[in-house]
Write a protein that binds this ligand. Structure first.
Ligand code: FAD
Ligand code: DHB
Length: 386
């Protein structure tokens, strides 16, 4: 079997890449180890930057997102007994975010690929990549797929990145001493906009998916077992961390999904080796506080598509050779922003009173200085592409 681009992983990165390549007349095969049902149900991110929304729209897969997604023009930072709005409409006019679940993006992309006769293989076993320096190929379940290039879109735990010979990739990494407990609940959101809450009990985030479904996250210890968080405990803790301003009451409902996400910052440089190109979580991870993971994956894929189009249409390797360099500027900006949002809003076990006052004084600055608020806003809605 032969294709131009062998894509490992049917997450947002792999599926979008396959779709964008198809629009440029470039063939691909997507190999995914999970079932279609599993990837369509996997609850993860929910905030799409302006550039991500524009990319999905331009690629012709934005119709349902436009109908069902929730455009937001601000977020609230809640701390010290008060809420403070970061007003995108005023600080970064014309740029906004859209709240639309990652698994909805995945569903839309799978539907578009299948409608176009795309070759997506789910539940493939033993995927391995070979001969990365030239004439690369992929093996899986006893089959062989020859390709011109391989795109490693298989997330942090995939096989692509570990297949690069030792010593080639430089790893930059930081782990955090906490995780996020995420829950999805059948209850109308108690706020029109997202609330990022810093409290002495830890961080909490109130997000949403629709007028009848809310999404919440709680900072919990890194080794948390989800079984230790029965629904009553989740609601009690959410109330303790969110009902901290006068008059705010958190509506509760049935919890329909619950999971723990570890927090990590991670980058490899370069994001390529020979004929293998890494995109999305396969190359970098951010803690989710800045809502950047999914958006970075989309940005990588935009760059990779242009580079592959130049390669296949004109035989030019220049953009492919510069792929990693072109991505890393945005990747590192998002790394810093995500690390900064995380350190600003979470409690750290080894924090002393000095550290805690630094946090609140910085929050005071961000919520009172237009320049500081603009920095937050322009990073949150996403910097434009170069
Ligand atoms: P993924 O979505 O991870 O897709 C990779 C795909 O490759 C998967 O479908 C996987 O099954 C497949 N795969 C892996 N190994 C193999 C193999 N050997 N063979 C074949 N296929 C393979 N970001 C936010 O902004 N906010 C959030 O709240 C948030 N929550 C998250 C919760 C969790 C549990 C995780 C893991 C991530 C979360 N993220 C969040 C990050 C965001 O979801 C990711 O950045 C985004 O999914 C990246 O897309 P991707 O396509 O690069 O990787
Ligand atoms: C969501 C996730 C995030 O990581 C974030 O910063 C904001 C919202 C969400 O899943 O809705």
């Amino acid at each position: 079997m032969r294709t131009q681009v062998g894509i490992i992983g049917a997450g947002p990165a792999g599926l979008l890449l396959s779709h964008l390549l198809h629009l440029r007349g470039i063939s691909s095969v997507v190999l995914e180890r999970r079932s279609r049902d599993y990837v369509e149900r996997r609850v993860r991110a929910g905030v799409l930057e302006q550039g991500t929304v524009d990319t999905l729209d331009e690629a012709g897969v934005g119709a349902r997102m436009r109908r069902e997604g929730l455009p937001h023009h601000g977020i609230e930072l809640r701390y010290g007994g008060a809420g403070h709005r970061i007003a995108f409409d005023k600080l970064v006019p014309g740029r906004a975010i859209t709240v639309y679940g990652q698994q909805e993006v995945v569903k839309d992309l799978i539907a578009a690929r299948l409608a176009a006769g795309g070759d997506l293989r789910f539940e493939v076993e033993d995927v391995a990549v070979h001969s990365l320096e030239s004439e690369p190929y992929v093996t899986f379940g006893g089959e062989r797929l020859d390709c011109d290039v391989i795109a490693g879109c298989d997330g942090f735990h995939g096989v692509s990145r570990p297949s690069v010979p030792e010593g080639v990739l430089e790893v930059f990494e930081r782990e955090y001493p906490f995780a996020w407990l995420g829950v999805l609940a059948e209850v109308a959101p108690s706020s029109e906009e997202l609330i990022y809450a810093r409290t002495e009990r830890g961080f909490a985030l109130h997000s949403m998916r629709s007028p009848t479904v809310s999404r919440f996250y709680l900072q919990v210890p890194a080794d948390t077992d989800v079984a230790d968080w029965p629904d009553e405990r989740v609601w009690a803790e959410l109330k303790a961390r969110l009902e901290t301003v006068p008059g705010f009451e958190l509506a509760t409902g049935e919890i329909i999904e619950k999971g723990v996400t570890p927090m990590r910052s991670f980058v490899v440089e370069p994001m390529q080796y020979g004929r293998l190109y890494l995109a999305g979580d396969a190359a970098h991870i951010v803690p989710p506080t800045g809502a950047k993971g999914l958006n970075l994956a989309v940005a990588d894929v935009r760059v990779l598509t242009e580079a592959l189009a130049a390669f296949f249409e004109h035989g030019s390797s220049e953009l492919l050779d510069g792929y990693s360099r072109a991505c890393l500027k945005r990747v590192w900006r998002a790394q810093h922003f995500s690390w900064w949002m995380t350190t600003l809003l979470h409690t750290f076990d080894d924090d002393d009173p000095y550290g805690r006052r630094l946090q609140t004084s910085y929050l005071d600055y961000v919520t009172s200085s237009e320049a500081a608020a603009t920095t937050l806003a322009e990073n949150y809605v996403g910097l434009p592409s170069d």
